[in-house]
Ligand binder design. Structure first.
Ligand code: FAD
Length: 461
């Protein structure tokens, strides 16, 4: 571990040790990005370790979609990361003619169908939903994949020994020379490092230790009922066109989303409903649920949405929606400890971009560490270079990622006809959704990298 603060160029490049806490999607992507940083004879080496509480790679068996922006970040860190998604992704629409648009529709009001039947199952965007609002997400934009499959592919790229499983971080303390000592639950021997990057998710222990339990994510009083439907059944009931294409059904105080997963073999349905009760995070974030709970919530809705709900299995899961909307942390770094991904800015899932925002964090951190190597290579002390890099990272990433947390809550109100001045006006609702989505999707990641480097230079003066 490096502790002194040298002021003249070191004779041999030192090694900077980085402890990443958590091997979820963000911790793993970050490690791959750091490992792929090009080295020079004078730049310090990076020693990367991930400490993961689970005893083996673990992700929930749910779907996740990545924005084109998140993919671009992956490409810049290591093209093999983006290739992992391509390997496991499910295209929206027919495999032979993918459709890169998201569809927003009125799921509540009943619209007459051309055929006079309950709802139209023809292969066109007509009648059953009234107007269909298409939002183009860019080539391969917003492709869904299975979380565990994606993580599994990335794990194959990590060199042996980078991840240590069964290590639950339970504390850290600063060492005299500026380094950090990380300790583990269960009396396991702790480790010393130069830098800690916490990617320990929405229930982050490091966030709690760095600031206080007041910053723990809070219940958004919303439940997400999630079920998988065999695609042949969905096609039979809803028609091929609608079953195979992502649709967001808007309506009063709730909304339903469905999209194809598992290489079009399954239709993933997520129904969001309000919950006035409390949820104790100690019980976990999911609980068993039954279809009847969802049927009740959508009883008054249009026939198409009721048709989707009828397809759900009798037994499924419900997820409690938590976020940090009411308790944003003041910064993403303190001393030599940084937060990234959900540990920094846990968002409700309504933009489908929480992980994407964490991928942007990972790229910003990789850029900051690239600058650390460059600065140390020209004689700046490791401690000073790391302090500057973390401050630059926090400053550049804070505003955009906190905006996502707020906008995610807002856009949910738009889907659910609760947004002031918009209500049930679907034309206005779509304009709001489009503007917010574009802010997430059309983001100049190269400019963000340049901002991190510029901020490092400014702070170094
Ligand atoms: C219903 C729903 C749908 C979503 N859909 C999307 C979507 O389509 N697109 C999108 O971009 N985002 C989506 N998100 C958000 C996305 O799931 C999260 O932003 C993302 O999973 C966060 O990744 P992470 O690596 O930061 O945290 P996590 O995935 O939670 O990983 C944290 C890791 O840290 C480990 N860990 C925790 N504590 C410790 C400790 N003390 N010591 C050691 N290890 C520890 C955990 O075991 C875990 O492996 C959705 C979220 C929800 C709830």
């Amino acid at each position: 571990m490096t502790t002194p603060e040298p002021t003249s160029p070191p004779t041999a490049p030192p090694t900077i040790s980085i402890a990443i806490i958590g091997s979820g999607i963000i911790g793993t992507i970050l490690a791959l990005g750091l490992l792929n940083l090009p080295s020079t004879p004078t730049s310090p080496k990076l020693s990367i370790k991930i400490y993961e509480q689970s005893t083996s790679p673990r992700e929930i068996g749910a779907g996740i979609g990545f924005t084109a922006t998140a993919r671009k970040c992956m490409e810049l860190m290591d093209p093999r990361i983006a290739a992992c998604i391509t390997a496991v992704a499910t295209l929206n629409g027919e495999p032979s003619s993918p459709d890169y648009s998201m569809r927003f529709v009125d799921g509540f009001r009943t619209f007459p169908t051309a055929a006079g039947s309950e709802y139209d199952t023809s292969d066109q965007d007509i009648s059953v939903h009234g107007k269909v609002y298409k939002l183009y997400a860019g080539p391969r934009g917003f492709e869904g994949c299975h979380r565990a499959h994606f993580l599994g592919e990335m794990m194959k790229l990590l060199p042996e020994g980078v991840v240590e499983f069964g290590k639950r971080v339970d504390g850290f303390g600063y060492l005299g020379g500026g380094g950090v000592r990380v300790s583990f639950e269960g009396g396991e021997e702790g480790v010393e490092c130069d830098l800690v990057i916490a990617c320990d998710g929405i229930k982050s222990r490091v966030r709690e230790l760095l600031f206080s339990p007041a910053y723990n994510a809070k219940y958004a009083h919303q439940l997400a009922f999630r079920g998988l439907v065999p695609m042949d059944r969905a096609i039979e009931k809803l028609g091929r066109h609608r079953a195979l294409k992502q649709h967001m059904h808007c309506g009063p105080h709730a909304h339903v989303l469905h999209f194809p997963v598992a290489k079009q073999q399954l239709m993933n349905v997520v129904a969001f409903v309000p919950d006035p009760k409390e949820w104790d995070l100690r019980q976990g974030m999911t609980a068993p649920a039954s279809r009847s709970e969802v049927v009740d919530a959508f009883r008054e809705w249009g026939p198409f949405v009721r048709g989707v709900i009828d397809l759900l299995p009798e037994e499924m899961d419900k997820w409690a929606v938590f976020d940090t909307y009411d308790c944003p942390v003041p910064a993403y770094a303190e001393g030599r400890v940084a937060l990234a991904g959900d540990a920094a800015h846990a968002s409700s899932p309504h933009h489908g971009a929480g992980a994407g925002m964490g991928v942007e964090d990972a790229l910003a951190l990789v850029a900051a560490m690239g600058k650390v190597r460059e600065d140390v290579g020209r004689g700046v002390g490791v401690g000073r270079a790391l302090d500057v890099a973390l401050q630059a990272y926090s400053k550049v990433r804070y505003e955009r990622s906190q905006w996502l947390v707020r906008s995610s809550r807002h856009v949910c109100r738009t889907y659910e006809w609760e947004a002031p001045d918009i209500g049930a006006d679907m034309d206005q609702a779509f304009a709001d959704i489009r503007e917010r989505s574009h802010k997430i999707w059309y983001f100049d990641v190269e400019a963000m990298v340049a901002d991190v480097q510029k901020e490092c230079r400014r702070l170094m003066q």
